[in-house]
Design a binder for this molecule. Structure first.
Ligand SMILES: C[S@@+](CC[C@H](N)C(=O)[O-])C[C@H]1O[C@@H](n2cnc3c(N)ncnc32)[C@H](O)[C@@H]1O
Length: 276
């Protein structure tokens, strides 16, 4: 298991990431100028459909300024900054990748949100929080890196308050095995995909009941077709974070979705009360 986590960490090692971000962002604004979170959307929303998907998931789950949010596998922090800026809520992110956590903190300083959004280096399988600490947990494009889903969803359930919400947006298996490399895995060694039905079974077994269940595959197909038609996105984009192969990873993801091997799931669950 630890071997698997090391391999996943290696995939997201992003050496010298803060330095690369600094030079890429110099094109947007001088270092001492505060950025608005949306200016970073090309490089800090590390999932299918980018910021649009985070916007939709947040609407489905429903947030207010009083909601305490945990973003598990927070990447470079784009979803966390967006949620805090849009709803006024406090957001904590955790991620396995040290360079990503450093980058998330740096970008959050650049947007002036460090008082409201924070990041910790931690595994999703051992969340460093007391039981019942959060109202809502987000998990976007992370589960496919985690083989022990039962433990993942139980950890999420543990840190949620009773009747807390779990918002998930993930890649699922449809027909056959995908072609690699993909944005989360260069080879099958760090990819642990389940079908949508298997995902739902695992989540429900951890003590959740579904509130929203949406197949997002068609929207992802349209997005992939647009990405293909419009060519490389303007810089700065996620290539700054993941390196020059990233365009190929994204093209392969689009191809796998278009050809029916992969699908996309968006869902919201409620933590069942302990006795139910
Ligand atoms: C594709 S990125 C998605 C990042 C972010 N959720 C977003 O949508 O912008 C996957 C993230 O999950 C993190 N991750 C993978 N396995 C993890 C684990 N066991 N614990 C914590 N983070 C993990 C990776 O380090 C990476 O930042």
């Amino acid at each position: 298991m630890n071997h698997t986590i090391d391999r996943v960490r290696d995939h997201y090692r992003a050496t010298g990431l803060v330095a690369r971000l600094k030079s890429a962002l110099a094109a947007l604004a001088p270092e001492n100028q505060t950025l608005v979170p949306q200016q970073l959307a090309g490089l800090d929303q590390f999932h299918t459909r980018g910021l649009a998907a985070t916007v939709e998931l947040a609407k489905l789950v429903g947030l207010t300024a009083d909601t305490t949010v945990l973003d598990v596998g927070s990447g470079v922090g784009g979803p966390a900054r967006f949620l805090a800026a849009t709803y006024g809520c406090k957001v904590t992110g955790v991620d396995l990748s040290e360079p990503f956590v450093e980058a998330a903190r740096y970008l959050t300083e650049r947007t002036g949100q460090s008082g409201q959004v924070s990041f910790e280096l931690a595994s999703a399988l051992e969340l460093p929080f007391e039981a019942g600490s959060f109202d809502t947990v987000f998990l976007q494009h992370v589960a496919m890196n985690i083989p022990d889903r039962a433990r993942l969803y139980r950890e999420i359930r543990r840190v949620l308050k009773p009747r807390g919400k779990f918002a998930t947006f993930d890649v699922v298996l449809r027909h056959g095995e995908p072609d690699y490399p993909l944005p989360w895995a260069r080879t099958p060694a760090t990819s642990f995909l389940l079908s949508a039905d298997q995902t739902r079974e695992e989540i429900e077994a951890a003590g959740f009941r579904p509130l929203v269940w949406q197949d997002d595959t068609e929207a992802a197909k349209n997005w992939a077709a647009q990405v293909r038609a419009s060519g490389p996105p303007p810089s700065p984009n996620l290539g700054v974070v993941m390196g020059p192969d990233f365009a190929q990873f994204t093209a392969n993801l689009g191809q796998n979705i278009a050809e029916g091997r992969l699908g996309i799931l968006m869902a919201v669950f409620e933590a069942a009360s302990i006795n139910s």
